[in-house]
Design a protein around this ligand. Sequence first.
Ligand code: NAD
Length: 287
Amino acid sequence: MTEPYKRVALIGLGLIASSMFWAMRRAGMAAEVTGYARSAATRDTARRIGLCDRVCDSVEEAVQGADLIVLAVPVGAMGAVAEAIAPHLAPGATVIDVGSVKRAVVEAVGPHLPEGVHFVPCHPMAGTEHSGPESGFATLFDNRWCLIVPGDAAEGAVGRVEAYWRALGANCERMDVEHHDLVCAVVSHIPHLIAYTMVGVADDLRRVSDQEVIKFSAAGFRDFTRIAASDPTMWRDVFLNNKDATLEILGRFTEELFALQRAIRTGDGEQLHAYFTRTRAIRRGIL
Ligand code: NAD
């Protein structure tokens, strides 16, 4: 039986952290939960809706005595937060982050953490287009994957983190850092970029109005607009911090797109049909 955490500090009180809080409460975890967010307005909202047992006005106070510290801020802010909390961490404490990118976070956070503090990078593959302290809900992680990038973290600390995520409803899978960033570029980052681009293109067309786009769009395009409403700060940081993998996948994507563009222009129905047959077989093979 893995020992549960006694005090959990949530740093950043947005969609992911607030969902973690409600999922902890649903699981009946007895841990005392402290919280901190940079903006006073976010802290006030958190207090008003009962998010966390105690919302602190400084990050130092929030992490005092915590045995689990969760970094749930945008990827670009992880390093600065780690630097600020480092002198206040208890020996034996575990720090996890929930960032969508792992190489950049490992490099930004790891060097700040003192000897004797465990660092177990995590990425719950769950989200919505909403952000902020009021957007969280207890079931967000149910039956979703949480990718764990243990690096050289102690096995005991990693196992305890996995038990924690399972209690929140998630399944865990371990991965190395480079593979994580490549997988996420394929399944999440580039699809978001495509959605952002498609919505931008539709908006740019003078001959088709925004009202028509919404009115006549079936599920596909509606999903693009939903995804394109995701938090701009979070997604800016994802692309700035997963450059190599996203540029690699984007390069391959544009090559395929140009090939299809050429097939359309030259009327090469055979190529289009073969391509769509292959992708349909992939989908049918997955399910
Ligand atoms: P969010 O925008 O809902 O919340 C971010 C929170 O961090 C806000 O409360 C903000 O005030 C706070 N914050 C920002 N800078 C800060 C700083 N320097 N110090 C303290 N607090 C700060 O974002 P979210 O969706 O909860 O994302 C949090 C992390 O989780 C990000 O790293 C993101 O990559 C990752 N993630 C997001 C999703 C998703 O779909 N939303 C999914 C998986 C992982």
